[in-house]
Write a protein that binds this ligand. Structure first.
Ligand SMILES: Nc1ncnc2c1ncn2[C@@H]1O[C@H](COP(=O)(O)OP(=O)(O)OP(=O)(O)O)[C@@H](O)[C@H]1O
Length: 355
């Protein structure tokens, strides 16, 4: 495991020091049902940095919802601590907990809107609950939020008159109405079609970048992680099996659970045995950053005199990080092949020999 994966990576235009907003320590959660105990979370340790988008991914039943819901104590852990800005929230009294929850927004898979209230009234609801806003302030804030989520024209409609994507925009506006420090997203795009999913993910990324709100999301889809998350933790059987910066985990998955999730999005059906090459060395090349913009294959081929055939490949992006992943066959004598490998490594291309 890559530890909490908290290498400082500053965002565009924001050079704040890097504080961990949430420390999860030795967290366990057992459910008792029908005389049986289910260990939903086992010894979870995680650090979630402030101002980032942190994704938790896992299969159905892995413990994602349980873990997310311990962050605002909708689910009380059996043991362990959840420290937010240094304070263990499991020790708070009811009044303190209510106050804390007003600073944690939550977005749900099924939107959870109030059907008898208009869009505007749904968004206004948490402001009324929190108190301390005049009518005028509430009106102004609701209009501001409607603009932010692109629903100004829909203020007086009812949820039933909206599409799924529009309902989720209302859900997001409501969740951030009282300017939370933390936004929890529970499979926020799982009920939406792919195009709408992308627009909702873009909205969440925009909110994170513009308002600096820390976002923790759970999903079973790697593409959600890849599109907007900075960090990812992979959960399986109630345990975190791997975590770190998304590009690192995505490009170099170490645990079988991660590899299988990654393979689903990259359509990585490559089977070295099925490729009838020219008898050369099969190499998987992985590279990010500057290397993506360089003619690395030409350079290596010219200098080593080895031939390079591309068998499979893609150049894409993980959030803001471009990356390339190629499967190539190197033809040439032993010395040429060894030199090609050295040259790739000099160019900071990770090489994995497949045969
Ligand atoms: N209230 C409950 N009572 C008993 N067992 C529960 C309860 N809630 C969850 N569990 C069990 O805890 C484990 C983790 O569930 P959880 O809902 O956190 O997983 P998940 O990864 O969010 O799955 P899904 O994506 O299907 O919601 C599962 O085995 C589940 O059956």
């Amino acid at each position: 495991m890559r530890g909490g994966g908290d290498a400082p990576r500053h965002k565009r235009g924001r050079n704040r020091p890097h504080h961990n907003v949430i420390h999860i320590e030795k967290l366990n959660k057992d459910y008792r049902a029908a005389g049986r105990t289910v260990s939903a979370l086992r010894d979870i340790n995680l650090q979630i940095p402030q101002g980032k988008i942190f994704g938790i991914i896992g299969r159905s039943g892995a413990g994602k919802s349980t873990l997310l819901r311990t962050l605002n104590l909708l689910e009380r852990p059996t043991s362990g601590a959840v420290r937010i800005a240094g304070e263990d929230i499991t020790r708070l009294g009811k009044a303190e907990l209510d106050r804390l929850r007003q600073h944690i927004g939550m977005v749900f898979q099924n939107f959870n809107l109030l059907h008898a209230k208009t869009v505007g009234a749904n968004i206004e609801f948490p402001l009324r609950l929190a108190g301390g806003y005049s009518r005028e302030q509430r009106d102004r804030r609701v209009d501001e939020l409607l603009d932010l989520v692109g629903l100004r024209a829909h203020k007086d409609k009812y949820p039933a008159q909206l599409s799924g994507g529009q309902k989720q925009r209302v859900g997001i506006a409501r969740a951030i109405a009282h300017a939370p420090r933390l936004l929890l997203c529970d499979e926020a795009t799982s009920a939406l079609d792919p195009e709408t999913t992308q627009s909702i993910l873009a909205l969440l990324a925009d909110i994170n970048a513009r308002l600096g709100i820390t976002i923790v999301l759970i999903t079973h889809e790697m593409h959600v992680i890849r599109s907007i998350c900075d960090h990812v933790a992979v959960i399986e059987g109630g345990e975190i099996v791997e975590s770190g910066p998304v590009a690192e985990v995505f490009l170099h998955p170490r645990h079988a659970a991660t590899r299988s999730l990654v393979a689903e999005t990259t359509h990585d059906d490559f089977d070295p045995a099925a490729i009838r090459g020219g008898g050369g060395t099969l190499l998987r090349l992985t590279y990010t950053g500057d290397a993506v913009h360089q003619p690395i294959l030409t350079r290596v081929a010219l200098q080593s005199r080895a031939s390079i055939a591309i068998l499979q490949g893609s150049v894409s992006r993980i959030k803001d990080t471009p990356y390339g992943q190629l499967l190539v066959e190197i033809g040439g004598n032993e010395q040429e092949t060894a030199q090609a490998l050295d040259l790739f490594r000099e160019l900071k291309v990770q090489c994995e020999v497949m045969n």
